[in-house]
Each structure stands twice: as C-alpha cells, then as structure tokens.
Write a protein of this length. Structure first.
Lengths: 265, 406
C-alpha cells in the first residue's frame, strides 16, 4: 500500500514571494483551498487506497502544506531539506520532529548546499533524477548519491517558472515519464530521453497548469485539471488520468505532487 | 593565459555533466586539458575528472569558474595555501612544494600573490608580515620560515604559445644541425640590437672553447658595444682569455696560425700566476698588464662578471668564487632581469644558469656537439633554440652581422 505524508492547508496563503508564481496581490481563497486539498486527500485514500499520514499545520508556515519539499525519504532514513529561502527554512524543525517521532533517522546534509527534498529528487527505477540551479545545489546530489548508494542523474533547471524538478518532470514508471522540455537545457533533455524509454513531452499550456506535477498510484495519474493532452498518450501506456482542481495551490506555484511526500520507496 | 584546475565528481558521465562543463569552457573562450579521469565501474559508482582550465586573464577565469561551480566543478586552486614552519635552517618541512621555472602565484589570505624570483627546484616562503611570497633555495630557508607545502593554493602560468621576437618564430625550438646558420645568426643579431635599444639585459655564458676557437675578439667587441649585460663563466674561460691576451695562445696553441708553441702548454698557468701576483683581474687591467680580450672588455666597460669555480680548476684566478653555493647565490643576484641568454660552448655553467632562470627567459645555445644542446634544452620549460656550430666561426659571423664599436 502506498504511504504518503500530507499537511492540511489550515494556514496556507501567500505571505511572501519566493517564486515567480507567487504574488502578494493575488490572495488565496482559503475555503476553496481547503475544499481542493480534501478532494485530493479523498482521491488518494478512498479512490486509490493509499495510506496518508498527516503533519500538523502551523500558523506562520503557509507553505508547510507542500510536504514534498520537506526532505527525501529512503527506507527509514529522512534526508532533511536545506531550504534555499529563509521563509521555508523555518519549516525544517517541524519535518524533522515528525520523522523522528515516527521512528525515522534524520540526516542533515553535511555540505553547505541547498536541497529541497522530493521537489528536486525523484526516483526513476533504481536511480534518482535530481534538479539543480533554481532551488537545490548540485553539491547536494553528490551527497544524496553517497547516502542512498544510488545513481543520481543531475539535470539543470533553466526556467525559473519551473523551479523544482517536480514541476517539469514526473516519473510514472521505470520506462514512462512526463516532462516539459523547455524547462531543461539540451543536456538535461538528452539525459531524460536517454534514461526514460517513453519520455512524454507535455505542451507549454499543460506545463503551465502543472501537468508534470503529477502523482502516480499504480496506474492512476493524479494531476491538476485542464491538462487535456495527457489522457491520450498516457492511456497508450496503460495509465488513466484522474484530475483534481488545485487552482488555489497553483497561485503559490504548487500542485498535486507538491502537496504529497512519498513515505514508501 | 592563466590556468587553474577543477575537479568534477559524481555521476558526471550519465548526467552529461562532463561534456557540459567542457563545452562551457570552450564556449567562454577557454581551453581545457583533461588531466585525470576515473569512470565508475557500475551505474551507482561515481566518476571523477580533474581538468586543467585555461582562460585569457584573471577576470575571465573568475567568471568561468563561478559558472562551472554551478555544475559541480570546483577549482582545486581556489583553496588557500598550506604552510608549514621550517624547523631547521636550510631544511624544508616535509612535503614542501617544489617550484618549476614557470611564473607562479600563491593564494594567500584570499588574494593571489606572485612568487618573487621564480626558479626551478626551490621552495616557496611566505612572509606574513609583508604579505610577499619568495622563491627560496634550500640552503636559504631559515628556521621559522613559513614554507608552502603540497599543491593547494599554487597556480602556475604556462608559457605563451607564441615565441617572443623574430628569433624564435624563425628558428622554432628544436635543435637540428642542418638549419641555415647565417639566417639564424642574422635573427640573433636583430634580437641583440633590439635588446640593446630597449635597455633589456642580455647575458653571455661562455666556455673556454670560445677562446680555443678564436672567438675572443668577437666577444670582446660584443661586450664593448653594449650587447652584453653580464658574463657568466668559469676559471677556464678567464684563464685562457688571459693566456691569449698575454701570450697569443690558448692551451698552448697560437691562435693566429694554429701552431703549437714550445712550452705553450704552460702558458695558461703563467697567465693565472701573473694575475694572482697582482691580486685580481681588475688590478691587472688597471696596471696595464692585461690590455685586451674578454676580461679586459668586461672591466673597462664595467660589465659584471661571475666566475664560478669547479673542482678541476688550475689556480684559480682570484675573482673565481670557489664556494659553489656562494657562486650560485651571486649569480642569482646578477641574473635578475635578464631576458636573453647566449650560451657559447659551455655545458656546466649553462646548466647552472638554466637552473635559476625563470621560464620567461630566452636561451640561444651554440655548441659543436648536438648532445650538449639536447641536454640543456631538456632541463625545463624554456624558450630555447640550439645551434650546432663551431663557436669561433659562429662568433665571427655574429660580429659581422652587428654594428660594433671596435
């Protein structure tokens, strides 16, 4: 059974601007955000049979709901993120505390580099694809490789609008992934195309609706509404798409995958 | 062009980071040389690459390295120096950094300091109070000196690709007996004229063959006409030059007609004895006893000379420095700022001066024996050219090619 960590958006809102999507002038509709989050939660637990554990929300930590960035999980080891921005650095004790309480050993990266967890590091088969430049430093990748013993394929994120790997890359299976080519440079595209047998390019329109910020449970791909060009290519590989409207979270630059941290590797 | 070294490690092959970094270096107008690569055997094994990077200047290098750092390429040369105290006079600490003769800088307190007086096979001592770094030979290190150890924080600048001056463009830098000598002589003459006009220092290293082959008048003329700023030689050259001045012979052979003079083999000893009697070569010139030749030209034109002794010297002449360590220290002082060195028929003294010159100095070496030239040019990074020729004939040709004060 797949296990995830989520955090209710009780205190979610735009309280600062740390990515191009965020505008203090465009405020979140709290009630709608709660409704949308609950729908995602319901799809995962009721429809897809996943177990979802909850991190308690904290006032003053509006982005805590984006649990994917809290760190990276490998078995019973939680590799804690070193957030680039001081605004999210305040979340670290909450994540570390929760993982310790739940029997994980907590590791902080030895290097002085930024690392934003599963937002920038996604499993592809036995390897990890990891993004760098926007939020995470490449130095973190070396340490990640050393700690996990896995091959880490580093890809540079060249577009500030796609500032986490999970906004432009979604490994759905060892041989299938969604990606937005313009978020990478030629080398990054080559790495993805070379390591994923069926790398499905999404259009700019869908990418802007966070199509790549997709969560996969068995053969169901959960993503934001309005990504119409996914159904057809994904069905060819045996996937079906379940959409959830996450408009309020997109205002903060996050969507389905950002709201969820995988606890099972 | 300046150089630095970067290290890239991790899954640099599969992530295409290695080609990306190399491409970036080239795109920014730099050059690279891969010094070492280890490729991980299995997928999860990391790979390693050490790459020498060249950039046109310090500013370009800083910018390039900053960009490369984003991709995980970290410069090794950025690290600060590692210093260790010498705990005895004349003894370097373990692991002391050994210099080359290439222009060198060291990173100390966040800044690049040029190493003063660079020569090969020495250590580097940093003076923290003055903030200077000096190239220091082993015998000169003092207890308590802060000596550079290891390679961290040391950067060398390779020689520029183009030779300087027409001399080297024309001749290239190899040694071949079969090259047009007259053209080479002309090129050297032009270079000497240019150096004199620009008040640049040129040194002459001369072996006794200069006198034996009848080249001493030509050398005296070169000195008199201001083409030589320093003479470096041994007891042999000076002794036979004085023998020729006093007796017209060298090693007992009359140079005018190549005839063996009876008892001539003792002439050089008598010459040395005469000088020792009067106290010095300079005194002999002042007294009018020595009135022609190379040493006479040096004294009368106030051109410094360093005569370094060897174990087989007769006499020796009074000005010969018999303590070899003292001799090389004297030479170090005198050779500062010398840009062009002409080596004529000398092996021992040529090697000695080669040991202490920076790579920026240019060497023109003339010898009848190609093996002697190969030995010298293999010593270190030098801009050098070897000319296989009888030294006397060469000098006569050179004298013809130069405007001289006779």
């Amino acid at each position: 059974m797949p296990r995830f960590l989520m955090c209710r958006p009780d205190y979610f809102g735009i309280e600062y601007e740390i990515n191009p999507w965020m505008r203090l002038t465009i405020q979140v509709n709290r009630v709608l955000a709660e409704k949308q989050w609950h729908e995602l939660y319901r799809v995962l637990t009721a429809d897809l049979g996943a177990e979802v554990l909850l991190l308690p929300p904290v006032k003053g930590l509006p982005d805590l709901t984006f649990t994917a960035n809290g760190g990276y999980v490998e078995d019973t080891l939680f590799i804690s993120s070193a957030f680039k921005h001081q605004e999210r650095q305040r979340e670290t004790p909450r994540f570390e505390g929760w993982f310790r309480e739940h029997g994980y050993s907590v590791h902080r990266l030895a290097c002085e580099c930024a690392f934003e967890g599963e937002g920038d590091a996604l499993r592809l088969g036995d390897a990890i694809v990891a993004g760098y430049r926007q939020r995470s430093d490449i130095g973190a990748h070396m340490e990640l490789a050393r700690i996990t013993g896995r091959q880490v394929l580093s890809v540079e994120l060249v577009n500030p609008w796609f500032y986490h790997l999970d906004t432009c890359f979604a490994p759905l299976r060892d041989d299938v992934a969604l990606y937005f080519p313009e978020a990478f440079d030629a080398y990054g595209r080559k790495v993805i195309q070379g390591h994923v047998e069926h790398a499905i390019a999404v259009s700019a329109r869908s990418a802007e609706r966070f199509a790549c910020n997709a969560l996969v449970v068995a053969d169901t791909v959960v993503t934001n509404t309005g990504c119409d060009d996914l159904e057809e290519p994904l069905s060819r590989f045996g996937f079906h798409v379940q959409t959830v409207d996450l408009s309020e979270f997109i205002k903060s630059g996050g969507s389905a995958k950002c709201l969820v941290l995988r606890l099972d590797s | 062009m300046i150089t630095d070294t970067i290290v890239l490690q991790g899954h640099i092959i599969d992530s295409l980071l290695l080609p990306k970094v190399l491409d970036q270096i080239l795109n920014e107008g730099g050059e690279f040389e891969i010094e070492e690569v280890h490729i991980g055997r299995q997928r999860a094994d990391p790979s390693y690459a050490r790459i020498l990077v060249r950039a046109p200047d310090e500013h370009a290098m800083e910018a390039l390295l900053a960009r490369l750092a984003v991709h995980g390429a970290f410069p090794t040369g950025r690290a600060e120096l590692t210093l260790a105290d010498a705990d005895q006079d004349g003894v370097f600490p373990e692991g002391f950094h050994v210099t080359t003769n290439l222009e060198t800088s060291v990173r100390y307190r966040g800044k690049w300091l040029p190493v003063e007086g660079i020569e090969m096979d020495c250590g580097i001592v940093v003076d923290p109070a003055l903030g200077v770094a000096r190239c220091t030979p082993m015998h000169r290190v003092r207890q308590g000196d802060k000596v550079v150890v290891g390679h961290s924080g040391v950067r060398v600048t390779p020689l520029e690709r183009q030779g300087r001056g027409r001399l080297f463009e024309f001749m290239g830098s190899d040694i071949s007996p079969e090259k047009p000598k007259w053209a080479m002589v002309q090129a050297l003459a032009q270079e000497l004229i240019r150096a004199r006009a620009a008040a640049r220092k040129s040194a002459l290293v001369a072996g006794p063959a200069v006198v034996h082959t009848g080249g001493s008048e030509a050398v005296a003329e070169l000195i008199q006409s201001g083409y030589v700023s320093l003479l470096f030689a041994g007891n042999g050259l000076a002794a036979h030059d004085i023998e020729y001045a006093l007796y017209g012979t060298s090693l007992g052979v009359r140079l005018s007609d190549n005839a063996h003079v009876p008892g001539g083999h003792t002439n050089h000893l008598r010459a040395i004895n005469t000088i020792r009697k009067v106290g010095s070569i300079t005194a002999a010139v002042k007294a009018g006893i020595l009135n022609r030749g190379i040493m006479y030209a040096c004294v009368t034109n106030s051109i410094p000379f360093v005569l370094a002794g060897s174990i087989r010297d007769d006499g020796p002449l009074p000005e010969v420095i018999t303590d070899v360590v003292a001799a090389v220290d004297t030479l170090r002082r005198e050779v500062r700022g010398v840009d062009l060195v002409l080596v004529l028929g000398s092996t021992l003294h040529a090697v000695a001066i080669g040991n202490i010159l920076p790579a920026s100095a240019r060497l023109v070496m003339v010898d009848i024996n190609p093996a002697a030239l190969t030995k010298l040019s293999d010593r270190g990074s030098f801009q050098s050219v070897g000319i296989v020729s009888d030294v006397g004939l060469f000098l006569r040709q050179l004298a013809q090619a130069l405007p001289l004060e006779r």
